[in-house]
Design a protein around this ligand. Sequence first.
Ligand SMILES: [Zn+2]
Length: 392
Amino acid sequence: MTGHHACRACRGHDGQIVLDLGNQPACDYFPTYDDPGPDPVYPLQMWLCSHCGLAQLLEDPTVPEEPKGAEPAALVAQAADAVGRVAAAGLLPPGARIAEYGSPHGGSWLEMLVERGLPPVSSGGAGGSSPLGQAEPLGEADEADVILDCLGLMHAADQQAAIAERAARLAPEGVLLIQFHSIDTILRLGQWNALRHGHYAYYSVTALSAMLAGVGLSPRTAWHFDLYGGTILLAARRIGEAGRDGEGHAADDTIRDLLAAEAASGVTTPAAYAALQQDVRTRADALRGWLAGLKESGTSVLGYSAASRAIALLRLAGVDADLLPAVADASPAKLGKRMPGTSIPVISPAELITQAPREVALFVSDLMAEVRAAYPQVEAAGGHWVDADILR
Ligand SMILES: [Zn+2]
């Protein structure tokens, strides 16, 4: 079924729903704990464009207003790693004017780039609009030699407009750096809970290359990072432009290898997504079964991380406070709130430590090393951290 949806990137109408997570609350909406609900819910579905191959959010009736979460150390460490690797490739020359399109989830590179002698021009925002929601006027001052988009582009509802804005600001010899959580990773690792309201696009190098071509850019090289199980940083230039560093016009082996891997896994074909949909039910049932078993045996359990990806899993699993009494989170903005669409309160990490649960279900597995180091009291009291996705 296609409905009347037009592709957010190419405006094509042909495509199909490849992942359906049912009705979910807006994950950025955290009701206060004493708000009885019911919380409003909306369809959460991924649609795959038959023409350009971009996986995207089908509908989003919600207005994203996320309490800014604590910036994960994993994101900060990856940014430093990435800046080092991009600089080593000669793409961050001192004096190059830098513009950054940030993510509401943190992970800005700007400070590190300024320290390297790259002056910032007026910054873009997620979705390419000013804080007032108006399109920023383009002018000389807005042109940049290096435009960095670190997990920002996916927050734009209109992908075609967002990529066009970035391209329009790029100096003739400039480089556009786009970092994204790869759909190939999402498929390979079964990360169906990456799908969420407010995240409008789930990129492959294949689909992103088509978007870039539409605005006169082409990918040249890419770097792979382990962040989120597989994150790609792609460097693009104007088609036909060699760039100041004198590199060739064509994509290098890293791009060709990524495109070949994506062709093999079928990221632009609906069949590749079937396992993802099956995995949804399997994981939700497994989580519910595990929590029910703990309750039956009288084993104490709490959750950690009120991240958006936790919410779909808890909802699909039908888990409420009777099975999971609370979820701890380091963000002060979420304290005193409920996990949306559930009766589960959000508590502070200090409260989690005080309760000394036997099991702690961690909903963001990337944080495993970080939370074990930050809260040694959990294991000192005989508790175990458990990855909620795999229950180990
Ligand atoms: Zn499309």
